[in-house]
Write a new protein. Sequence first.
Length: 251
Amino acid sequence: MSDRTPAGQFLDAAIGLLQRVRDEEAEQIAAAGTLLADTVAAGGRLFAFGAGHSSLAAQDLVYRAGGLALMNLLAVPGTVGVDVVPATLGSALERVDGLATAVLDSSPLRSGDALVVVSLSGRNALPVEMAMRARALGVRVVGVTSVAYATETTSRNASGTFLKDHCDIVLDSKIAVGDAELTLDTVAAPFAPASTVVTSALLQAVMATTAGVLADRGVEPPLLRSGNVDGGHEWNAQVFDRYADRIFYRH
């Protein structure tokens, strides 16, 4: 029997979105995972970027048990989380022209690397410019966004374009504009966002693909183990030593 409580409705909505991503984005997930595997095999480095709550999915890929040790967070100060005060400053910085270029030009990214850019709306100046500038530097870009925003909103980038327009591969999270799954007659605003759940799952599917592709090629995926499992720290230390030139969160 269906659970019609708000909690049940939200979980049903999230499950439905995950099923859509599984069924409709399988080809793109495979392509993105293969692109990252190609980058690793060729000696390239991996980076992930997101601003505001989109940063949560990017951070979920970095320095975590079961994840690829080579994934580095490309952080833009003031946009990584809601710890900046006032929190609204982060939203304002996403609309600043030139910020992404300044960050990239002072970052370790170089031609042959891969960058995952996460932006739910894909409309703000920062993620659009990040993808544009990265590709100009010879970096392969995987964009994770809700494509619906490109038809239902306007771009905030001077180019008039969206994140999806500047990526080698686009992953569509299927999230509806506004990122709120539930409505009630007794509540004035829609509520219960699912973008973090879906985007994180989408990206972990990509990471799983990357590990599988590398293994199929006879390349040991550089994976981290949990530090809370016996031997985990020792395992990770060996991975860090082997790939020290491609891991930047330990410098």
